[in-house]
Design a protein around this ligand. Structure first.
Ligand code: PRX
Length: 634
């Protein structure tokens, strides 16, 4: 029997043991599941110290061949993508594997015609429409590297991402729909491109039919271009280690990090984890509600399902439009079997009347999943009882942009669940906990910094253009190990419960936000001297942002509310509306150590409303400021 599919707990344990004792044998067996144009000669080679990883060396393949061609002709009439538009009265679309292969080939030919080739970077800035999925695949088809930027990001954030990896092309649309709002994506692209000299071509998808500007010689309507090309495009033969994509994630300091993933290892790992974490069966309809602009969408809306010949739902809308029953109505409409969403969505829907859920038949569901942040017990129970009807296992999947695929998760129906626990590592994953002294903690019933001891195929290969930063961020805090930036608790059964970030990244509504870029945006306001951002618990968003802001001397009278609005506008312009602050407190100073570092733990406690004890503040240069901030806390 193939070891690709885990069918029992014994088999999980066997696979796990094999993956630890003989990773080469284990991953070789898994990788055999895929089509390689040229076989690999070495399973892996790595150095944790140098953050240097390569998998399936010497092998050549193309991920789109494995997502599309490999399934044809058997599955050519099977639905690959179900597109559910924002407005439920607009007809939905079902795109078969055959049609998808054709549309990918056509777009790939347009890219080639416009001079995009292997290794070139293409920025994709699109709403959740079929062309988004097709654009990623078209890039991969010809070996171009896609860099998807979430269509909620501002022009400034888009420009910095385009510039960082010097994209040659941008694929966007006239606009996008989100609930009852229309977003002028093309106008945002135009604004961004003023700062992006490397972009030669912009392909524009027609979605909203709003009036937009087209720059002669640079901007082209995609539909016109598609009519000029052939419907066949051979898959470029890619080295296993050739880059597949770059995806930006926020760091605790400085500019966003362009995490680079490569072809073979990503393909092998994502296909394997999709199959097992969702116990995929051929007649299933899988729905992940993330946006393709995030890693969850890359791996589990697009590549994971297609690698397994699955039907995947692509949803353009939001959970509250046109009403709070939208998710549940989509599940009923397509008889979704696996539903994968984020705790923030669960919490926001759990506070609405249960009648929104009860109106719909959710009996098709077999497995429900959670990702993006810790799921609190209340949300877990609500999800389990009301959506899973106390029968569908919840897969609480822990992973990161950097990891490419899910690392810790129950295997549904096989791993015994424990609410709020991501439970056990998948085969090939060796989590460890480290204490503050940087020692490995052997025992259970303990918490520590979560690290991974051994590489897996889809670990990010580098930060685009800055390998030193990659090493510094992930491989130096605990030498010899990959440091995740998360804290975790390991219980008596060896189960992991992720407790949250231990660095300055704050997860707001499932979005990773680094504090530094937000502070930079605030500090650009002419009145602002300095700022510090911390998170505080929020019922729906998980965390919300609290900003402590000091103003320059001699400003004179000003309207506080107006200034707060302006500050949030700066944040929205620089990063996007997702990064707006819920609370802004003006203060005459920030608590700083003698070495000039802001003591954020004090600000965190104040933001949380916990004034009980601030611990040791003897290293503060200005201890008196703590009382002032505390007394004026919002
Ligand atoms: O803190 C962890 C949290 O999300 C971080 C990774 O964010 P990102 O790169 O945007 O990827 C999100 C989707 C994979 C992690 O470092 N996180 C993700 N999943 C979980 C989680 N925290 C707790 N439980 C999870 N299941």
């Amino acid at each position: 029997m193939s070891i690709f599919t885990i069918n029992s707990f014994d088999q999980y344990k066997e696979s796990y043991t094999c993956s630890v004792e003989n990773p080469t044998l284990f991953w070789d067996q898994i990788a055999q599941h895929y089509t390689w144009f040229k076989p690999y000669t070495e399973v892996s080679r790595f150095s944790m110290e140098d953050a240097d990883f390569s998998w399936f060396n010497g092998g050549e393949t193309n991920i789109t061949f494995n997502c599309l061609d490999r399934h044809l002709p058997e599955l050519s009439d099977k639905t690959a993508i179900v597109f559910e538009p924002n407005d439920p009265s607009e007809p939905h679309q079902e795109i078969t594997y055959g049609e998808l292969a054709k549309r990918v080939a056509e777009l790939a030919n347009v890219l080639l015609k416009k001079g995009v080739g292997k290794g070139d970077r293409v920025c994709i800035y699109l709403p959740m429409i079929p062309e988004l999925a097709i654009s990623l695949l078209a890039c991969a088809r010809i070996g171009a590297i896609h860099s998807v930027v979430f269509a909620g990001f501002s022009a400034g954030a888009l420009a910095s991402r385009i510039d960082d990896c010097s994209c040659k092309m941008v694929i966007t649309s006239d606009g996008g729909y989100r609930g009852n709002k229309t977003i002028d994506l093309k106008a945002i692209v135009d604004e961004a491109l003023v700062q992006c000299p490397t972009v030669e071509t912009v392909l524009v998808v027609e979605r909203t039919k709003e009036q937009i500007n087209m720059t002669e010689g640079r901007d082209f309507w995609l539909k016109n271009e598609l009519s000029t090309v052939l419907s066949e495009c051979p898959a470029e033969s890619m080295q296993s280690e050739d880059p597949l994509f770059i995806l930006y994630t926020s760091g605790s300091t400085g500019k966003p990090k362009g995490m680079m993933h490569s072809t073979g290892g990503y393909m092998v790992y994502v296909g394997y984890t999709f199959q097992n974490v969702f116990q995929y069966q051929p007649s299933d309809v899988f729905w992940c509600t993330a946006d393709i602009g995030w890693i969850t969408g890359h791996s589990y809306i697009l590549y994971g399902p297609l690698l397994n010949g699955a039907t995947t739902v692509l949803f353009e809308g939001i959970p509250s439009y046109p009403d709070f029953g939208r998710f549940w109505s989509v599940i009923e409409k397509y008889k979704v079997t696996q539903f994968y969403t984020a705790p923030t969505a669960i919490r926001s829907l759990a506070k609405e009347p249960l009648s929104w859920v009860e109106k719909h038949n959710l009996s098709s569901l077999k497995i429900i999943g959670s990702v993006g942040e810790p799921i609190n017990d209340e949300a877990w129970q609500w999800y389990f009882e009301n959506i899973g009807k106390s029968t569908c296992p919840i897969v609480d999947t822990w992973w990161q942009t950097e990891t490419g695929g899910i690392l810790i998760s129950p295997i549904p129906g096989i791993t015994k669940l424990k609410p709020t626990y991501a439970t056990l590592p998948l085969p090939g994953i060796q989590p460890i906990l480290m204490n503050a002294e940087k020692e490995l903690i052997d025992k259970n019933e303990t918490d520590g910094s979560l690290c991974i001891k051994f590489p897996w195929p889809s670990i990010a290969r580098t930060i685009w253009g800055d390998h030193q930063r990659y090493k510094d961020t992930y491989f130096t805090a605990f030498p010899g190990y990959y440091f995740t930036g998360d804290g975790a608790w390991r219980d008596e059964d060896g189960y992991y419960r992720i407790t949250g970030r231990v660095d300055d990244v704050i997860i707001v509504s499932g979005h990773n936000l680094g504090t530094a870029p937000i502070e930079d945006a605030i500090n650009e306001h002419q009145f602002v001297a300095e700022s510090a951002i911390v998170g505080f618990p929020h019922d729906i968003k998980g965390n919300a942002l609290y900003g402590f802001v000091t103003l320059k001397d001699g400003i004179g009278d000003f309207d506080e509310n107006q200034l707060k609005k302006e500050i949030n506008q700066y944040v929205s312009d620089q990063i996007g509306p997702i990064a707006k602050l819920d609370k802004i407190q003006f203060t005459s100073g920030l608590p700083k150590t003698r070495s000039g570092k802001i003591m954020r733990r004090i600000l965190r406690k104040i933001a949380e409303g916990d004034f009980s004890s601030f611990g040791d503040i003897s290293t503060l240069l200005n201890p008196e400021i703590v009382d002032e901030i505390k007394n004026q806390a919002l």
